[in-house]
Design a protein around this ligand. Structure first.
Ligand code: ADP
Ligand code: MG
Length: 664
């Protein structure tokens, strides 16, 4: 059986962790970083690029580089706010009102889940390489405040990536797991998670390995990006006033502004002011225009006041729901990159006066928690019990458009609740169950999670038939709804899957496509790999030839040297367009090299006379002085090396003094 991993699928950065020897660790990606930017793009050649590689093409290829996808996942078009939509790539609503992202390079539109699935695949691939084992399933974290649709959509992304989801875990709960792991004391903890795109608050009671989530609240459209936008607007407004040009209308300029704004924001976490300089940001009739500004921390703070206010409310609601006062909180755990902003830290201190806990890394703590949860599932870790809650109230729409709540928010999960409903008209033969999630009294103002009809109700006066509606939430926070006619026993059940707005057929076709693509990619990659290793072999062979002419002189191993030279020529001939011949010529070159190496070995063995051993000593000294690292394929390096040798030994007829064989 393959392994289980924990994935923090962040708006900005994603992190993957695993349990190794009983402890949670973070796995670095193939680029060597412990966090992977949650960015997916397509190059001109329609090739997909993910993570750092995608990040690098943000400015030059903004229309084909997709970030902040988590803000779109499982959301309808109408639910998105302006900041989410103001991205330099094209986002639109499809006929069903679901969000779709367009890539001009591939001439295709994508569901956000599809792109997120590529990101998951990369994390998994890199982790499989590290572990040397396959990965079958994962614990994936989501903001606690994600609704049903967003959870389902996240799960669909993993399915598209070919991964089973063992558990959808709330991010703050994961952070608390990481914080409380191996702590035996009893504590009331506030987890304050402000990342790039979302804000989450959770209150937990942790005692002896039992994690009880008391309340959770948040804002899925609030994060570091909003702070960046404040700086972008500040810069753009200044520019507009000066030159009458709105830079936000130019994708490339907007992308450069956004990057500069984020950089400035991060610098202001450590410095009182920072310079923002963006040369050649655009051109006017009078020539190129530039931005040169200094941003003070207090200007940034005054620009961001409304965002700070938005952080207050969820904390207050969570406190109210838990029945705790601020004084009841023992520890604050800060999570997410944006909690490095000084005014955010100050705000937290005004809410809870205790110094925040410093023992966790805000960038990695969620993935560590996810890894711990994966360890609990696999049985590697024991004695931890997690009792989470549902973040938002769940109910159905009753006559008159009112919301009837069956499961109030912050109810511990898993949970099953049911209630009995009846018909509103005489002889009504069917009822419609419209499932909704949210806190508003008017049903239409809450998120619709789907609806279904229970028919076949026998004729009866109004109010007589009894329809029992039951809501089941599993440990992942995923909901199943059923309705039963008590007279006939007729039952209808739905698992809420409206979230991703991808139907089963679409999901299957995407999976198929991904498989074919993966095959194509594998073939492409193996061609590239073969070419690269052929090039490496040639370089190696050429070095060996140089060694041979130093060691044996031009004729000492003529036959073997000639064989290697010929084999190199063959490999070079086939390297670009004949994979089969290439393979044959590569093995011929390997064989020829083997022959030459044997000659070296034989030479060493027969070298018994004292003079020869002196020669060998100098030979090895020579190896040190002119070792392979000086002799790589870079012509500049060789030049430097030659200069070095010339300066040391003089520019003699022959570069190498040892070649003159003074001792024979
Ligand atoms: P997510 O969970 O959304 O992936 P992260 O926790 O990785 O996000 O946080 C990313 C956010 O943190 C970005 O908006 C980034 O600009 C912000 N950030 C990172 N470092 C700093 C810093 N030193 N000061 C302010 N903001 C920061
Ligand atoms: Mg995060």
């Amino acid at each position: 059986m393959g392994q289980i991993v924990g994935i923090d699928l962040g708006t900005t950065n994603s992190v993957i962790g695993v349990i190794e020897a009983g402890r949670p660790i973070i796995i670095a990606n193939s680029e060597g970083s412990r966090t992977t930017p949650s960015i997916v793009g397509f190059t001109k050649d329609k090739e997909i690029v993910i993570g750092d590689q995608a990040r690098r093409q943000l400015v030059l290829n903004p229309k084909n580089t997709f970030y902040n996808l988590k803000r779109f996942i499982g959301s309808d078009w109408d639910e998105l706010d302006d900041t989410s939509i103001s991205v330099p790539y094209n986002v639109k609503a499809n006929n069903n009102g679901s969000v779709r992202v367009l890539s001009p390079n591939t001439e295709r539109e994508y569901a956000p889940e599809e792109l997120v699935s590529s990101l998951i695949r990369k994390l998994i691939n890199d982790a499989e390489t590290y572990l040397g084992d396959t990965i079958d399933s994962a614990v994936i974290t989501v903001p606690a405040y994600f609704n049903e649709s967003q959870r389902q959509a996240t799960k669909d992304s993993a399915i598209l990536a070919g991964i089973k989801v063992d558990r959808i875990l709330n991010e703050p709960t994961a952070a608390a797991l990481a914080y409380g792991f191996e702590k035996s004391s009893s504590n009331n903890v506030l987890v304050f998670d402000l990342g790039g795109g979302t804000f989450d608050v959770s209150l937990l009671k942790i005692s002896n390995g039992v994690f009880d989530v008391k309340a959770t609240c948040g804002d899925t459209q609030l994060g570091g990006n909003n702070f960046d936008s404040k700086i972008v607007d500040w810069l753009a407004e200044k520019f507009l006033a000066k030159y009458d040009i709105d830079l936000r209308r130019d994708r490339q300029a907007l992308q450069r502004l956004t990057e500069a704004a984020e950089k400035a924001k991060c610098e202001l976490s450590g410095l009182p002011k920072t310079r923002i300089s963006l040369p050649f940001i655009t051109t006017s009739n009078d020539g190129p225009l530039h931005i040169e500004e200094t941003l003070d921390r207090n200007i940034f703070e005054s620009l961001s006041q409304d965002l700070l206010d938005r952080l207050l409310e969820p904390v207050q609601i969570a406190l109210d729901d838990s029945g705790w006062n601020a004084e009841d909180i023992d520890e604050v755990v800060l999570v997410g990159g944006s909690t490095r902003i000084p005014m955010v830290q100050q705000l937290v201190k005004t809410l809870v006066p205790n110094e925040p806990c410093q023992s966790v890394n805000p960038d990695e703590v969620v993935a560590i928690g996810a890894a711990i949860q994966s360890g609990i599932i696999s049985g590697d870790l024991q004695d931890l019990l997690l009792n989470d809650v549902t973040p938002l109230s769940l109910g159905l729409e009753t006559i008159g458009g009112l919301m009837k709540v069956l499961i109030p928010r912050n109810t511990p999960i898993p949970v099953r609740q049911s209630d009995v409903f009846s018909t509103s008209e005489a002889n009504q033969s069917s009822v419609v169950v419209q499932v909704r999630q949210g806190e508003r009294p008017l049903a239409s103002e809450n998120k619709s999670l789907g609806k279904f009809r229970l028919s076949g109700i026998p004729p009866a006066p109004r109010g007589i038939p009894q329809v029992q509606v039951a809501f089941d939430i599993d440990a992942n926070g995923l909901l199943e709804v059923s309705a039963t006619d008590r007279t006939t026993g007729r039952k209808q059940t739905v698992t809420i899957s409206g979230g991703s707005n991808l139907n089963e057929q679409e999901i299957n076709s995407i999976i198929e496509e991904a498989k074919t693509k993966a095959n194509e990619d594998r073939i492409k990659r193996s061609v590239i790999d073969r070419k690269n290793s052929a090039l490496t072999l040639i370089a190696q062979a050429e070095r060996r030839l140089r060694d041979a002419s130093l060691e044996f002189g031009p004729y000492g191993a003529e036959r073997q040297q000639r064989a290697v030279e010929l084999a190199i020529e063959d490999v070079e001939e086939y390297i670009d367009d004949d994979p089969q011949e290439l393979e044959i010529s590569v093995s011929a070159l390997q064989e020829a090299l083997f022959g030459l190496n044997r000659k070296f070995a034989a030479e060493k063995k027969t070298d018994n006379n004292p003079l020869q051993s002196i020669k060998n000593t100098f030979g090895s000294l020579k190896d040190e002085l002119f070792s392979d690292e000086y002799w790589d394929d870079d012509p500049w390096d060789n030049q430097i090396n030659r200069n070095y040798r010339n300066s040391r030994y003089g520019n003699s007829r022959d570069d190498d003094p040892w070649d003159n064989d003074y001792f024979l």
